[in-house]
Design a protein around this ligand. Sequence first.
Ligand code: PRT
Length: 283
Amino acid sequence: MLKIAVQKSGRLYDESLKLLKECGLYVDNGMDQLKAEVRNFPAEVYFLRNSDIPQYLEDGVVDIAIIGENVLSEKNANVYVLEKLGFSKCRLSIALPKTEEYTGITSLEGKKIATSYPNTLQKYLDEKHVTAEIHLISGSVEIAPNIGLADAICDLVSSGSTLFKNGLEEKDILFRSEACIAANPTSLEDKKEIIDEILFRVQSVLKARDHRYILFNIPNPQIKTVGKMLPVLKSPTVLPLLDEGWSSMHSVIHIDDFWKVIRGLKEHGAQGILVIPVENMVI
Ligand code: PRT
């Protein structure tokens, strides 16, 4: 049995369960359940508090976890990050009231900084040879400067709207984070086969999310030119249409190339362009 930890509730919960589902793991979870079996895979899912997961992972209570890199870094957890997952992206930043001058982290020498990330902040200050007073706060860090508790804050930022609402400005980024899959080092050896299987599925799902399947009709004289425009995995599929002189071309493209490719196809006479999401991609 592979033991997988996910956040019990909060920002990581929905995406974590969605990913497991896309990987073909169907979790029978009811409300407020702490543990749930996976119906069709030898695994159990543990629903835990985000902040507790690094310890459970390090102690081997769970084998792998879906967790923010920021938490692993703060807890200095002895675990391996196997794959970044591309969601819950945020940055751990220094922010100050808008009116305060900031010319770099040395501006905070001798100042008070409120944070829920004392270890990451202290490490950063040490690297920069800055001495500052760290005030540990577990929530609503953003209000600290307004109530005179601190001169600056060090907190997670994603959209920046919380900082804005509190009259603060992001000045420095200490750390960029996103959700990842992390593993206990011993489990990586003892349960290598099943962890490899999960990782293989996750990588296929992530790859598929970045790609689209396209198919279109094209006049035969344009096939070669259009073929060169498609950054395909191997070579595009070309099938004859009933209408003489026309073919149907199929390919898979990366979303970053999407609009450029579509425009080029139209310019070369492509018609009936269909774009389809890819569920899984094994290459
Ligand atoms: O209670 P538990 O221990 O389970 O969880 P938690 O309170 O740590 O969890 P939660 O759900 O708040 O966050 C889980 C994870 O989501 C974090 O550890 C990060 O990896 C990730 N994440 C991504 C964020 C944010 N973005 C984020 N913006 N976590 C918190 N925030 C907060 C931030 O602290 C600030 O208060 O959102 C506010 C700022 O957001 P913006 O959009 O206004 O900039």
